[in-house]
Design a protein around this ligand. Sequence first.
Ligand code: AMP
Ligand code: MG
Length: 397
Amino acid sequence: MATLTFEQARQCVLKEVRASQPTPGIEMVDLSAAAGRVLAEPIASDRDYPALSRSVRDGFAVRAADLPGELLVIGEVRAGESFAGEVQPGQALEIMTGAPLPQGADSVVMLEHTTVAGDRVSVPRTLARGENVSPQASQARAGEVMLEPGLRLGFAEIALLAMVGAAKVAVYARPQVAIVATGDEIVEVKETPLDYQIRNSNVESLAVQVQRAGGCPMVLPIARDLYQATRELAEHGLRFDMLLLSGGVSAGKYDIVERVLADLGAEFYFDRVLIMPGQPLVFGKARGKFFFGLPGNPASTMVTFEIFARAAVELLGGGKEPSLPLVFSKLSEDFRQKTGLTRFLPSVLSADGARVTPLPWQGSGDVPSLARANAFLVTEPDRETWAAGDWIRVLLK
Ligand code: AMP
Ligand code: MG
């Protein structure tokens, strides 16, 4: 079976899920419940924006050709009003930010650039035509499509929906993602583990990650490292839109997840990726559903979900462009690694984003280190050393 590099594996996930991406169901939700959901319909402008040319400053609406000069003030127009008359040559109309530009005027001179005396305003400077005016339809024309289906709705998109009067919005149904933890050593969170047992933290982190990716986490019972139990839970999980299994994908005698999936008729796209944490990582399809067998060490589970499975959940939810927020920052200290793997190491990115510092890390089981991190430093597999001040890729957490 294939061993892939990080880039190859990510491309493989995107390609396979895109190729058989079913169109999700559609739900109508209130605008107030639409944030974080994926838009299922094109959103067109209900009118021109702005609907009329309007002032972007407090000042005087004028004819630019009259300036510099002294003008007769013929009245005022406030935001939320429209002025019935017309500004003639030699005249000005006091205007507030947001108010429509009156007939006859072509520009607005800022209040700060004028001197007012009685019904006269004097403007010592010239003005370009159109200055301080937001022209009609300069942001959007009536009927123009402004948001396309497949877009995840954030605060600015919600503002736009509100602006065009979309009180109800068509969004895609969230994909249901089954989560199965495997392992004889795993106990429930509320239990007190014996020294050789471990609480089931992976389903909790995965549930949060699935939710953040726009999916609906469906946590199934723990699968013990027995063929029949694992098979039954995997089979159950494959009834949902996608299946995540944690643990049981290494080379150990009781790592039976791959065998179970193979017996369920799985097609495997890869089962090893040259990354750290998370080398043994299984991606495939069985009974028409995609699954990931994520390595059980908590850091491996979290990182491999972020860099591979999240994209699959986003695509299954109707998203068009799965994101991986990789940025560049400068290392605050020298750094070296053994070549061969793309490493994702818990790090702290400074508040201004300018510096990144790797955290002490005890390996893939080190949850406390991951909890202290706000980012992962991402190494290039073929480079051995970095000096303090070198640029390096960073994945935001
Ligand atoms: P595995 O991939 O099954 O070999 O698991 C590797 C290690 O990950 C185990 O020894 C546990 O320490 C840890 N682990 C596995 N599953 C979980 C889980 N659901 N929650 C927390 N830790 C886990
Ligand atoms: Mg195990």
